[in-house]
Design a protein around this ligand. Structure first.
Ligand code: PXP
Length: 242
């Protein structure tokens, strides 16, 4: 059964816009779970610009589905992750001034620190996933660094999709998924996915998980969060079965 992780960072962004309490990320997490989300994804950024430490703790304590913590290998964030013990940690590159994660890790260049953090997390039974480009060399190194999963960056695919030039990137993703499966590593996909562009990727059978945020939260303004999660889950599941 294909899994959907819902990233709720943007709920925190809206809350922080007024510095108050509403809308509460933990409530959003509960609604996502009741609508069929298989995990809640939050990115605890080094500058805490959206999700805060208290949000992560509240979600961990009260929400009944898997917590996938997106994180850099910054020392303070790693310390917090080891305290919170999410079910899964997705290691991502992080630049202070980026609007959102801009691409996959360079596992070849940052192999040693990534491996050290992966080892620490795994000691706590946290599943480690590395966010990478659809690139065989990066995937091979991710496995060598101890990742049990990878998440393939679909942001370029999403950008090309808008210009109707996505088929080459789709091919790269398909080949990367196959390669990862051959070397025994599970594959998630995420970034920039929408109801329009997800069907082609959902048709790639070996993907086990999608992590989607911006589109689900944006649609939720018009349909409600519960319905928005349901709509995304249905489109992924339907295209999986085709
Ligand atoms: N996966 C990773 C690793 C991400 O960094 C993000 C963005 O926080 C997502 C998935 C979700 O991307 P989007 O908000 O574009 O759906």
């Amino acid at each position: 059964m294909i899994r959907l992780g819902v990233n709720i960072d943007h709920v925190a962004t809206l809350r922080n816009a007024r510095g108050g309490l509403e809308p509460e990320p933990v409530v959003a997490a509960g609604i996502c779970a009741s609508a069929g989300a298989d995990s809640i994804v939050v990115h605890l950024r080094e500058d805490r610009r959206h999700i805060h430490d208290d949000d992560v703790l509240a979600i961990r304590r009260t929400v009944d589905v898997k917590l996938n913590l997106e994180m850099s290998i910054d020392e303070g964030v790693v310390k917090r992750a080891l305290e919170v013990e999410p079910n899964q940690a997705t290691l991502v590159p992080e630049k202070r001034r980026e609007l959102t994660t801009e691409g996959g890790l360079d596992v070849i260049a940052d192999f040693d620190p990534l491996k050290d953090v992966a080892d620490e997390l795994k000691k706590k039974n946290i599943i480690v996933s590395l966010f990478v480009e659809p690139d065989k060399y990066q995937i091979e190194k991710a496995k060598e660094a101890g990742a049990q999963m990878i998440e393939i960056h679909t942001g370029h695919y999403a950008d090309y999709f808008k210009k109707d030039q996505h088929l080459q990137e789709l091919k790269k993703i398909r080949e990367s998924v196959l390669f990862a499966r051959e070397i025994g590593i599970e594959v998630a996909c995420g970034h920039g996915l929408t109801l329009q562009n997800v069907p082609l990727i959902a048709g790639i059978k070996d993907i086990v998980e999608f992590n989607i945020g911006h589109s689900i939260i944006s649609k939720a303004l018009f349909t409600g969060l519960y319905q928005s999660v349901k709509d995304m889950k249905r489109i992924i599941t339907d295209n999986r079965l085709k």
